[in-house]
Design a protein around this ligand. Structure first.
Ligand code: ZN
Length: 304
């Protein structure tokens, strides 16, 4: 786990976090939260479900339990009177929103409520599920607000253009930017140049590609360099390039290489570099506030 859920100090905040998280997932949140003496919160959400005869509303009871400080799973005894709470709220399904996990006995109990027709469905959103979403595009503001220590060291993705810009491995298509902190096999950005005969001649960059380190990169090296006049000019790890100072140094290096050292870029390779700077900026720069975004768009008009 990369996120320490104990960063959220109490159940009140955990309840607020649950509401904002589910709202971000696309659920309609019905306020207010209902506090329970056994240290939990309930609230209801709804979603529109498409069926053969049109769209219907499906309502869920969301039960928040926050046991991150003890790291203990939520037990059946922690979820008192589930059936009564479901009936009282007249909902179709039950969601457990937990900062740890659910004990098997609790899941078995929920299964029995489903098989008896008391609920149509149940779902446990545990720490693993929640963390998986917090590191994806569009959840950066929530992550920064509720988990400042996590956000400080590991910048979340924020979308500053009209849509998210992925950095895909050109061999297996994995999004190397989105999986940067959740997947061990990280990515590299590779520049290829025209094979040189004279060492003193500046590089002619013919291609820029992204790949997973190791096998994907090796496959692409073979594809692009074997039986061609291309060779590798440089490798850079994406994990290094999202460090703000190193991101800036790469931009300066590129300007110097083109302006001072006479490196030539094929148009397509240069466009790729520009795209990658924009994509990396989604993890590297701080999110712009609304007024700043409008100002940036105005400045960019005519510069493309
Ligand atoms: Zn790959």
């Amino acid at each position: 786990m990369n996120i320490d859920f104990a960063e959220i100090s109490d159940i009140d905040l955990w309840g607020q976090f649950a509401q904002e998280f589910l709202c971000n997932l696309g659920f309609q949140v019905e306020a207010p939260l209902r506090r329970f003496p056994e240290d939990g919160y309930d609230f209801c959400v709804s979603e529109q479900v498409s069926g053969k005869f049109g769209v219907t509303s499906f309502r869920w009871l969301v039960s928040c339990r926050h046991k991150a400080s003890t790291r203990l799973a939520v037990k059946e005894s922690d979820e008192v009177d589930v059936l009564e709470r479901v009936l009282h709220n007249g909902v179709d399904g039950f969601i457990g929103f937990y900062s740890t996990s659910a004990a098997q006995a609790l899941v078995t109990h929920l299964d029995s409520l489903k098989s008896n027709g008391n609920i149509k469905e149940h779902k446990i959103l545990d720490a693993k599920f929640i963390e998986g979403h917090l590191t994806t595009p569009g959840f950066d503001l929530i992550a920064a607000r509720f988990f400042p220590n996590f956000a400080l060291g590991r910048q979340s993705i924020h979308i500053y253009q009209d849509k998210y810009l992925p950095i895909q491995c050109e061999h297996c298509q994995k999004d190397l930017l989105a999986t940067l902190y959740t997947d061990d096999n990280q990515g590299v950005i590779v520049r290829l140049r025209q094979r040189k005969i004279d060492r003193d001649v500046p590089d002619n960059i013919t291609m820029v590609y992204c790949a997973c380190k190791g096998e994907c990169d090796e496959q692409l090296q073979t594809k692009y360099c074997q039986n061609s006049n291309q060779s590798t000019a440089s490798w850079a790890s994406i994990s290094d390039l999202v460090i703000p100072s190193s991101f800036l140094e790469r931009i300066i290096l590129l300007i110097n290489q083109i302006g001072r050292d006479g490196i030539i870029y094929e148009q397509e390779a240069l466009q790729k570099e520009i795209y990658l700077f924009r994509a990396l900026a989604q993890r590297t720069l701080r999110p712009a506030v609304a007024g700043e975004l409008i100002r940036t768009k105005k400045m960019l008009i005519g510069n493309e």
